[in-house]
Write a protein that binds this ligand. Structure first.
Ligand SMILES: Cc1cc2nc3c(=O)[nH]c(=O)nc-3n(C[C@H](O)[C@H](O)[C@H](O)COP(=O)(O)OP(=O)(O)OC[C@H]3O[C@@H](n4cnc5c(N)ncnc54)[C@H](O)[C@@H]3O)c2cc1C
Ligand code: FES
Length: 268
């Protein structure tokens, strides 16, 4: 489905963790979104120096037309988004980009999320569980108050649906040790890789974290998909400002060839 402009209405908007907001929107785009794709949101107000804000989603409820967004407030665009109230309206362009693929190999998946990389990882978990594929997850944050509780609950509920021990299956880390394992997600990942024969890895988070995850997956001979971020202009392949360097030489466009890439293809 190609990206087109849609209206949306804010259903709710509130803080979900330190510096992270949760916004539920109503839009007909919900029926077209595939897990791992993104929407490009027009924030109301003076548009002179603000481009659309590209955001992934954790869930698109096609029946009720609801899309769940979680975003970190980092600059003027996301500040303005966070200030939107129920009933406020704007437009978005979507569905944008290429999302997650189901694994080629049968077997359990390992999901690794860092910081605000968690929303598309929750979308990946839904996709996997719908296809009858079980998963374990590592979710990292800098500090305990940056963990997004709603999204952790989503992951645990998906684990429960799968009928497994969710406390063991969703492993938390914090950089400063205030919750879960002290250290980076890659350290927790190494432990899980040593104990489990995973068929595939899905990751989204800070670029250095994904580079580490891709390296560990490759070392274990496991296919890895990574959802990348790049500064974006148009969001649909027209301005060439979202280049991703490829291992084999040349560049791909994050907005239209990605944001999800086979980690093997990326020049980390
Ligand atoms: C495909 C895609 C999906 C995304 N999904 C999410 C999401 O689900 N939740 C979320 O919180 N954020 C997500 N982002 C990042 C989000 O789009 C940016 O944080 C946002 O556009 C910043 O806008 P701003 O006007 O608030 O900040 P700006 O004033 O534009 O920038 C503030 C700071 O953020 C950095 N920044 C801005 N845009 C990006 C970007 N695209 N990638 C990396 N750094 C950036 C700038 O370098 C600057 O340091 C996604 C980005 C992409 C490309
Ligand atoms: S943002 Fe314009 S080509 Fe990707």
């Amino acid at each position: 489905m190609s990206a087109t402009q849609h209206d949306f209405e804010v259903l709710s908007c509130g803080q979900a963790a330190q510096d992270v907001w949760h916004m539920s929107i109503h839009s007909e785009v919900a029926a077209e979104l595939e897990p791992g794709q993104f929407v490009n949101i027009h924030v109301p107000g003076d548009g002179a120096h603000i481009l659309r804000v590209p955001l992934s989603f954790s869930h698109a409820d096609s029946k009720n037309g609801v899309v769940e967004l979680y975003f970190a407030v980092v600059g003027e665009g996301t500040q303005r988004l966070a200030a939107m109230a129920p009933g406020d309206r704007s437009t978005l362009v979507g569905p944008c980009g290429v999302g997650w693929k189901l694994p080629a190999r049968q077997g359990r998946a390992l999901l690794v999320a860092g910081g605000i990389g968690l929303p598309p990882i929750v979308a990946a978990a839904r996709m996997l569980v719908s296809a009858g594929i079980g998963f374990d997850a590592v979710v990292g944050a800098q500090t305990s108050d940056k963990h997004v509780e709603d999204l952790l609950d989503c992951l645990r509920t998906l684990c429960k649906d799968e009928g497994c021990d969710c406390a063991r299956k969703v492993v938390l880390t914090t950089d400063n040790g205030t919750r879960g394992i002290a250290g980076f997600t890659t350290q927790a990942m190494e432990g899980l890789l040593a104990e489990n024969p995973y068929a595939c890895v899905y990751t989204c988070g800070p670029h250095p974290m994904m580079a580490g995850v891709a390296h560990l997956a490759k070392g274990s001979g496991i296919a890895c998909q990574a959802s990348l971020e790049a500064m974006m202009g148009c969001g649909f392949g027209a301005c060439s400002c979202c280049n991703v360097a490829l291992k084999g030489g040349g560049y791909a466009l994050c907005c239209s060839d990605g944001p999800v890439f086979d980690a093997e293809e990326v020049a980390w």
